[in-house]
Design a protein around this ligand. Structure first.
Ligand code: MRU
Length: 343
C-alpha cells in the first residue's frame, strides 16, 4: 500500500514544523520553530538536511525573523543578523545561499506589506522545488529505458527537498512508469542517510530496495546488477563538477571502471554559476565525534578522525546532469558545460 509522501517541512502560516530526521526511522517527530535562530540550529544539527530542503527551511527562517522583529524600529538590522546566522549553518549546499539571496531581494523591494511579500516568496521557493522535482523525475526516468538496476547514495527524496526528490524522484517516476528496476541504496556512512532515510522513504512508497554497505559498491557493479548510479548534488560548478555526499566521487570512479552510467539530478538552484569548476567549493568537515568511537575521545588519544561530509566528482565522470530545465549529457564534452541552462 502506498502512503502520502512524507514531508520534511510544513509551514503552518505562523511557524515551521521540521521533521527531526535524526530520529528516523524509529520516530516521526516534528519540532515547531518560531524564530530564525531555531531554524539555523535545525539545519546545523541536521534535523533537516539535503540541499534543497536546507534552502527552503532557511527561506521560512527569514519569514519567521520578519514576523518576530517587524514591530521594532531596527527590524531590518535584526533580520540581517538572522540571515547571517542562517548563512552560517552549513557551508556546502549552495541552495542555502541561493534561497537567502532571493529573500534578501524581496526585502530590498520595500513592499508595503513586507511580511506577506517574504511569506509569498518562501512558499514559492518550496512549491517551485517540488515542481522541479516532478519535471526532473520525468526527464531522468526517460534515460532509464532498458535499465534493470540502479544504485543511489545518501538521501535525495522528499526528506531532502520540497517533496518527491531529485535522484529519488527519478526512481519514483521510473517505478510509476512500470519500469522494472532493482533499486540499491548505499548505507552512506557515517550519518547513514541511505540506511536510515532512503530505504525507509522508498518503503513508505511501496518501492522495494536493497541496502548495501558502501564498501560493497564495487562488487555490486562488477556483478552486472546495475546500469546507472543516480545521485543528487549540493553544488554544481559551471563546468559540471559536482559536490555531493562523501563517497559520491568513489562511486563515480568505480562506475567508470565498470561501464556503469552516472546520473546527477539537481534543480538549477543547485548550480553555482560563479564557480568555473569544483575547486572553489567549500567542503564541510563535521565533528570527528560523528565518526570516532567514544573510547578514543580521551585526552592524549592517539586516534583522531577526519570527517569531510562531501566530495567533488569531476564532470568527466558524469554521464548526465538532469535539471528541471533539461538534461546535459556528458557535461565535460560540451563546450558550454551546463551554461546552456543559465536563464
Ligand atoms: O549532509 P546531507 O544529508 O545534507 O547531504 C545531502 C546530500 O548530499 C544529498 O545528496 C544532496 O543534498 C542532494 S539532496 C536532493
Amino acid at each position: 500500500m502506498t502512503h502520502a509522501i512524507v514531508q520534511a517541512l510544513i509551514w503552518t502560516g505562523k511557524s515551521l514544523d521540521v521533521l527531526d530526521q535524526r530520529q528516523l526511522p524509529e520516530q516521526t517527530h516534528y519540532d515547531r520553530y518560531t524564530d530564525a535562530a531555531g531554524v539555523a540550529e535545525a539545519i546545523k544539527s541536521m534535523r533537516v538536511r539535503g540541499a534543497p530542503a536546507i534552502g527552503i527551511a532557511a527561506a521560512y527562517g527569514v519569514v519567521l525573523s520578519v514576523q518576530q522583529h517587524l514591530q521594532s524600529e531596527q527590524w531590518r538590522d535584526n533580520v540581517a543578523a538572522d540571515i547571517e546566522t542562517l548563512a552560517q549553518s552549513r557551508p556546502t549546499a549552495v541552495n542555502l545561499f541561493w534561497a537567502l539571496d532571493k529573500m534578501k531581494a524581496v526585502l530590498a523591494e520595500n513592499s508595503d506589506d513586507v511580511l506577506s511579500a517574504v511569506t509569498e516568496c518562501a512558499i514559492k521557493i518550496h512549491a517551485d522545488d517540488k515542481a522541479a522535482n516532478q519535471r526532473m523525475g520525468d526527464l531522468g526516468a526517460a534515460l532509464l529505458t532498458g535499465a534493470k538496476g540502479v544504485m543511489t547514495h545518501c538521501n535525495t527524496g522528499s526528506l531532502a527537498t520540497g517533496g518527491y526528490g531529485t535522484a529519488l524522484g527519478v526512481i519514483r517516476s521510473a517505478v510509476a512508469q512500470n519500469k522494472n528496476l532493482n533499486v540499491y541504496a548505499g548505507e552512506t556512512r557515517p550519518w547513514l542517510q541511505g540506511a536510515r532515510l532512503t530505504v525507509w522513504e522508498l518503503a513508505q512508497d511501496g518501492i522495494p530496495a536493497t541496502l548495501i554497505a558502501d564498501s560493497a559498491a564495487a562488487w555490486l557493479m562488477k556483478s552486472g546488477a546495475i546500469d546507472w548510479i543516480i545521485v543528487g548534488a549540493d553544488r554544481i560548478a559551471a563546468n559540471g563538477d559536482t559536490a555531493n555526499k562523501i563517497g559520491t566521487y568513489s562511486l563515480a570512479t568505480l562506475a567508470k571502471q565498470h561501464g556503469v552510467k552516472f546520473m546527477v539530478v539537481a534543480p538549477t538552484s543547485t548550480i553555482d554559476w560563479t564557480l568555473e569548476n569544483g575547486d572553489g567549493i567549500e567542503i564541510e568537515c563535521r565533528n570527528p565525534l560523528e565518526l570516532l568511537p567514544a573510547c578514543y575521545d580521551t585526552p592524549n588519544s592517539l586516534v583522531s578522525a577526519w570527517n569531510p561530509v562531501f566530495d567533488v566528482t569531476p564532470a568527466a565522470l558524469i554521464s548526465a546532469i538532469v535539471t528541471e530545465k533539461g538534461i546535459v549529457l556528458n557535461p565535460s564534452e560540451q563546450t558550454n558545460g551546463i551554461r546552456s541552462l543559465q536563464a
